[in-house]
Write a protein of this length. Sequence first.
Length: 524
Amino acid sequence: MAGKAGSVLKRLLVPSHSDWLFAALMLWLFAVGNGWSGLLADGDTGWHIRAGEYVLDTGRVPRADLFSFSKPGARWYAWEWLSDTLFAAVWRRGSLKGVVLVAGIVIAAYLVILFRHMLWRGGNLFFALAACLLTAGASGIHYLARPHIFTLLLLPVSLWLLDRDRRVGDRLVWVLIPITALWANLHAGFLALVLSLGVLAAAAMAERHWRAAARNAALGAGCLAASMLNPYGMALHRHVFEYLQSGWIREAVDEFQSPRFRSESALDFEILLFAGLAAAASLFGRKKIAEASLVVVWAHAALVSVRHVPVFAIVACPVIVSEATRWWNGWVAGRGARTLPAVVDGLASDLSAGSRWTSLVPVFLVAGLTFGGIRLAWPQDFPAAKFPTKLVERNERKLRGARVFTSDQWGDYLIYRLPPRQRVFVDGRSDFYGREIGGLYLRTIYGEPAWSGTLDRYAVSEVLADRHWPLDGLLNQNSHWRLVDEDGMAALFERAGSGGVAAAQPKENLPCRRSRPQESLRNE
């Protein structure tokens, strides 16, 4: 008995290799350079915090717009209300440090879970580690303090449970139903699980595994039913479906567009993509349709929309590593025990055995980060390289409560920085603004005809303009707008005089910058 207790104590206090991986990921991804601030590179975090504060203060989930003067009081589906509430609660206790720390923990945890899943399947540790690091690189642009990080966490857990069910077939897999009920209130990514269950059910039918097909279909139906347990019921699913099917959203929102293979992260994705398709081809050749179909479906989704790259990596990596390990084991079996491949294989097996438990070391690390035992440069504000933080600080009194026209991302920041009365023309909720307001926004910043009519129609009193917008040049040459402040990133204009909204009259002989900016709406 004493020996068993000592073994348990040893496992709690002695870190496994996966614990060290967690610490290394926290250091590599966030603690070095401006990693923590990078989690705030998307302004959506700002409105998520303020929406969560509304829930904390009122005890109600928002059903009407809180933040705009372009669609005041319009119906709004705050479909990530539980994530918003969590972010707000953490922000109240630990400010932005707490928000980025939670995001960093969740991101490092999902990568470790993915790593452990690959080892559980019998994957070679070195292959699993390489796949984990490629996933971290390919998905890095999505590492932001936003609700989608909870999909990154829950999806590998769910796929591991499904994998376990295919091998063991016990009742634990049904825990996915309550997980989905929670997930549906955190982020719409629960649909990735429902879709994957549909693919698995269809693949099992193709394999003539009728029992597995019925089980996956029943589980998928149960998860879909559980997802109805949200404040909006079935209306949420209808809204999400319409959003995902919107051609305008796919054209205007960066995250819905195809990957651009011009960066290091894109190279990481490309490696995983080819490896995943090769693994799928091998599985199809052996009549193992289920996992192969999942890889192909999510590879297609990732090529259509960059937002699905992390999902593809989570789905594909266990399959890639299993197939690579199967090939490796066959190759090593033909080598002598003292050859380099055999030695490397033995080392991988030994290290793998030391990676299969979780100690208290990650808890101690998180506690040190939380309570100041480990001192780092925590963000005090959103990153100044992306947001006009100093200009807003200098003009806070002028901006507070004003009808400000600015970019969707800077609108997010103003909602965060100037609560509770601040309203903006647009922010990052592209599903809420839709084609009409989103189109007006884009045509106005590009300085297309009737741009001044839009500002007049919505009684805009201040414009916080990106210096690359053609609108910036137009306002500079317009007698009814006055430059108040500027820096290298932004310019703040206000209506000249106090006589209300006047017709726009251009100034004479002033240059106008007409270069078209690379601007688009973003997803929430």
